[in-house]
Write a protein that binds this ligand. Sequence first.
Ligand SMILES: [Mn+2]
Length: 315
Amino acid sequence: MSIQSIIQAIKSYKTIIIHRHVRPDPDAVGSQAGLKEIIRQSFPEKSVYLVGEDDPALEFLASMDEIDDNTYENALVIACDTANAARIDDQRYKLGEKLIKIDHHPEVDPYGDVMWVDTSASSTCEMIYDLYQHAKNDGFIVSDEAARLIYAGIVGDTGRFLFPSTSKKTFQHAAELVTYDFDRPSLYDGIYDIKENIAKLQGYILEQFELSDFGLSSVKLTKELLDNHGVSPNETGQLVGVLGNVEGIKAWVLFIEEEDIIRVRLRSKGPAINEIAAKYNGGGHPMASGATVYTWEETDKVIIDLDEACRNYEA
Ligand SMILES: [Mn+2]
């Protein structure tokens, strides 16, 4: 089975390079860096690297390594939390000898020599802890730092154990992880503290949003508005959850105008929205997806599709 072949591959390779998706979140960096930490502690003689662009908002978790192309020679490459190969941060993942995919998103792009995809997992970090449990007898060790990283990803992807993806196993892993020595309050600050300008833009969204008869809300954030608030498109991930607790909301969407695209951030508490995301150059989870459109006319089409999905959704 794939977990065993992943354990064997980790044991047999001397150089291991770990990637994750572009525009990372705590689960992406947590699984990537948590796995590195496990391997480093368990097998100090191996060289393990983290690849991808550094995200200042996630540096409280881990910093990336800079490596030459030739480091990939004879290396094992592992991509964490990334559904499709095009979204792997740093396309040099192709240069390795063997490629492993570890992910919990719906399988849209079966890349890699070994694939371990578990859509029932709350997070890739939950899977990394699964991996550790299977590999304990092979000498795999979880350090306090590994526990901190894995816990961060589970918390991030479950919305603090709130989302339906949170299972008995999620809590069991969390219960074990909190027995390690790391500072939970400061970890939460790292994940959830927001800057003043983000808070003000959240206020704008809460003041301006409207709800359709079928429970859809859409918010358009123009480049001008973002500039006025000093908020970069990358920071808009911190805005998307803000409507989630509005009574009667079934789905919601944020349109974020960038230089030459309009980024679409979709969320749902009702109808699956990942197929609508796929229709507009995107994808993701049934309840949380992303897409890309190019004109404001197209955003209206997205709204029509989403409203239709809300209308057809029987709670
Ligand atoms: Mn994830």
